[in-house]
Ligand binder design. Structure first.
Ligand code: COA
Length: 209
């Protein structure tokens, strides 16, 4: 496997670095826009400079990992992914060794499965999406691109979640529901019916606000 560079050196990047190192993946370094971090070490791995460091490597020499986290809008994370993808760089999947992933699940590119998460049979996870710590994705769930399933979320069987949506920490989504694109579901919400595109919903049961 090719060595990787992590784009970003914040909290989400640290968790990804742990996952990569525990899978014995070679990590060349991290990048960050904050010049004060340049030259420092994260878990023994150097912050190399800004994102432009990537261009000192050919597209066939390295793979990238998107270290940008998100607590709401997925736009920044999506833009950075698309910028480097359009320049022909590949994004690695990052799967923490403690993640349980069905051999009958399908992962697209740049997917990140963090400690203790579960991805069950028949599930699909789209490009650049995160299944964060201890979240569970049940059978036949379909998750689009640039989606963030935050820590501790429970997605029941047959749910569909469209692109660029954020499901907040600890939320529960019951079976068969469809959640649109560019949606933010609040932490702790219980989603019991379909949610349209471009909205925010929270509470028990979740209501659009
Ligand atoms: C839903 C959310 C996006 C709302 O953010 P916001 O629009 O900035 O809302 P505010 O913080 O201004 O709160 C507005 C009101 O909604 C309430 N509220 C906010 N989030 C809520 C939630 N998750 N559940 C229930 N009520 C909530 C607030 O208490 C406040 O009520 P009030 O007007 O009676 O005081 C945000 O609170 C949230 O849950 N984000 C997800 C966080 C997350 O997943 N983090 C993952 C990190 S890895």
């Amino acid at each position: 496997m090719k060595p990787v560079i992590i784009l970003g050196a914040g909290g989400h990047a640290k968790v990804l670095l742990d996952a990569l190192l525990s899978s014995e993946r070679k990590v060349i370094g991290l990048t960050d826009f904050d010049k004060k971090k340049w030259g420092s070490l994260v878990n023994g791995v150097p912050v190399l400079g800004g994102d432009e460091v990537v261009f000192s490597y050919n597209t066939d020499e390295i793979e990238l990992v998107n270290g940008m986290g998100s607590v709401g809008s997925m736009n920044k994370r999506k833009n950075i992914y698309e910028y480097f993808k359009n320049k022909a760089y590949l994004f690695s999947n990052v799967i923490h060794p403690s993640a349980i992933v069905s051999s009958n699940a399908v992962l697209a590119n740049g997917v990140q499965l963090l400690p203790g998460c579960i991805v069950n049979a028949g599930a699909f996870i789209g490009d650049n999406s995160i299944v964060n710590t201890r979240a569970s994705i049940d059978h036949d769930v379909s998750i689009g691109s640039h989606v963030h399933i935050a820590p501790g979320v429970t997605i029941s069987g047959g749910v569909t979640i469209d692109d660029c949506t954020h499901i907040g920490t600890g939320a529960i989504v019951i079976q068969g529901v469809h959640i649109g694109s560019n949606v933010i579901i609040g932490a702790g919400a219980v989603v019991v019916k379909d949610i349209p595109d471009n909205c925010k919903a929270y509470g028990v049961p979740a209501r659009e606000v």
